[in-house]
Design a protein around this ligand. Structure first.
Ligand code: NAD
Length: 500
């Protein structure tokens, strides 16, 4: 490795200190717009995990005993610092991820909203009580932190997904070990710098880096009480299995294939615009991307030509220059671009019709970037290779159905269950869809029905493994355990004690 890349190695953050571990392998971090390596990430194993968890464990008693209102003050200060650094952080997100600046703003804004939500922790932690459950006996239940908890993150939201986890976890009084995606480690590094300025005590939030070996060490570490994971379904399922077997509380959000039902009575212009955004926002690398449309009856002829035209006009390009932003950026890696292009090839061979073809897209001013233009693929059938997997790229696959019932059946036939949306002007169709579709987050004329911080992120089926979801009150429940106290005071006899 060249010395300049060694200089750009991401440090671990342990007990308030930035540490460069020695003797480890590294993996590169790319700027997807340019195809250039901009940093490297150390691949930690059990030894580094032990060190980081020990720091979090040591910090736990004092942080647990810090009043919730004082813990919230750190987050209030962080909120101000995040606002001050907002634009700079967003450009950093665009640079390490490839999403446009406006998408990066959404990524960070949604993350800041979780910080704001966690600022309300004194109220959120309140328990319940009932006086006189029997004569002279009272009962109350309150919430306690779990101890050391960990968060393992995917690449697609460098700010939001980690911030789904640690603001609520630390506000509840836990200490945290964050394992960012090895593809996008830089955003959280910058945010932790702000947390330091906000006065977070050393050891409350720590960062470890790596891949499978690092994650395995976290999942089985005896001092970790809970695991919050977000990533692809095969890994989420495995994380849930391993961490549960190790006796930990687990929430594991997985991949998705979100259906968007287009009804013949949908408002054409607004539907086309919303479906384009749902499918191609963040280059389709969103767990809530509307990746799979079902055109019901005449909806196909009414909506698809206009949609294909709109998508063809999208400008694809580098996102790391503030002044010139495209409509869509690069995908995360050359390997991922090739995988998605290969899926389009296979889909076409399987009988689908390519209405808009992004495979040949080239970007002259960034020839080495990981670009793939947006593609709309029509006449996809359930047995087409595009339907067998989460594509997670700038591809909208379109199926056809004669009725709403058939469209819902197509949506419910696949294993995922994150989001689903319908575009219609019929309240009855919308109500039927909302009731019958087997997905945890539903949009009615909303293409990306991703809940904000105050609501849980309620994936179903193979999109979520566990009981308590991420964010909102379920997030607070996940990061706390209840203690129920039953109290009786014996009478000493009137005035007897005081008289002695
Ligand atoms: P990924 O599953 O490849 O990686 C996620 C994390 O798991 C990373 O930190 C990675 O280092 C770690 N990891 C990878 N392989 C591992 C292994 N064998 N054992 C243990 N840990 C391992 O996911 P990704 O490609 O970074 O992110 C994209 C995926 O995340 C998509 O499937 C997307 O739908 C999903 N996602 C889901 C949600 C949701 O809320 N359901 C939100 C965002 C992203």
């Amino acid at each position: 490795m060249s010395s300049s890349l060694q200089d750009s190695a991401c440090p671990l953050y342990v007990a308030g200190k930035w540490i460069h571990p020695q003797g480890l392998g590294f993996t590169p971090v790319f700027n997807p717009s340019r195809g250039e390596v901009i940093a490297t990430v150390p691949l930690c194993g059990a030894a580094e995990v032990n060190e980081v968890v020990a720091a979090a464990k040591a910090a736990f008693p004092a942080w647990r005993d810090t009043p919730p209102n004082e813990r919230a003050q750190v987050l209030f200060r962080l909120k101000i610092l995040l606002e001050d650094a907002f634009e700079e952080l967003c450009l950093g997100i665009s640079t390490e991820h490839g999403k446009t600046l406006s998408e990066a703003r959404g990524d960070l804004r949604r993350g800041i909203e979780v910080v704001e939500y966690a600022c309300g922790i004194p109220t959120l932690l309140m328990g319940e009580s009932l006086e006189n459950i029997a004569r002279g006996i009272d009962c109350h239940t309150d919430r306690h932190p779990l101890g050391v908890v960990t968060g393992i993150c995917p690449f697609n939201f460098p700010a939001l997904v980690p911030m789904w986890m640690w603001p609520i976890a630390i506000a509840c009084g836990n200490t945290f070990v964050l394992k960012p995606s090895e593809k996008v480690p830089l955003t959280m590094q910058r945010v932790v710098g702000l947390l330091e300025k906000a006065g977070l005590p050393p050891g409350v939030l720590n960062i470890v880096h790596g891949g499978r070996e690092c994650v395995d060490a976290l999942l089985t570490h005896p001092d970790i009480a809970a695991v919050s994971f977000v990533g692809s379904t095969p890994i989420a399922r495995e994380i849930h299995r391993k961490a549960s077997a190790a006796g930990k509380r687990v929430q594991a959000a997985g991949g998705a294939k979100n259906f968007v039902i287009l009804m013949p009575d949908a408002d054409p212009d607004r539907t086309i615009e919303a479906v384009k955004d749902a499918a191609f926002g963040c280059a389709g690398e969103r767990c809530m991307a509307g990746s799979t449309a079902v055109a019901v009856g005449e909806a196909g002829s009414r909506l698809l030509p206009g949609l294909a035209d709109l998508v063809s006009s999208m400008k694809v390009g580098p996102t790391d220059v503030r002044e010139s932003q495209p409509d869509m950026g690069a995908v995360i890696s050359a390997e991922h671009r090739n995988r998605v292009a290969g899926l389009i090839d296979a889909g076409e061979k399987g009988g689908a019709k390519v209405l808009t073809d992004g495979r040949a897209t080239r970007v002259d001013d960034a020839p080495d970037g990981f670009f793939l233009g947006p593609s709309v693929i029509d006449q996809v059938t359930p047995d087409n290779p595009l339907m067998h997997t989460e594509v997670f790229g700038p591809v909208l696959t379109v199926l056809r159905a004669d009725t709403l019932e058939q469209a819902i059946a197509l949506a419910n036939a696949q294993a995922f269950g994150n989001g689903a949306a319908i575009f219609t002007n019929s309240g009855k169709a919308a109500r039927e869809f909302r009731r019958q579709v087997s997905a945890g987050m539903v949009g009615i004329n909303v293409g990306v029905p991703a809940p904000l911080a105050y609501f849980p992120f309620t994936g179903w089926n193979d999109s979520f493994f566990g009981d308590l979801h991420i964010q909102g009150r379920e997030g607070v429940e996940f990061f706390t355990q209840r203690k129920t106290t039953t109290t009786r005071w014996f009478s000493f006899g009137d005035g007897e004690v005081w008289a002695k």
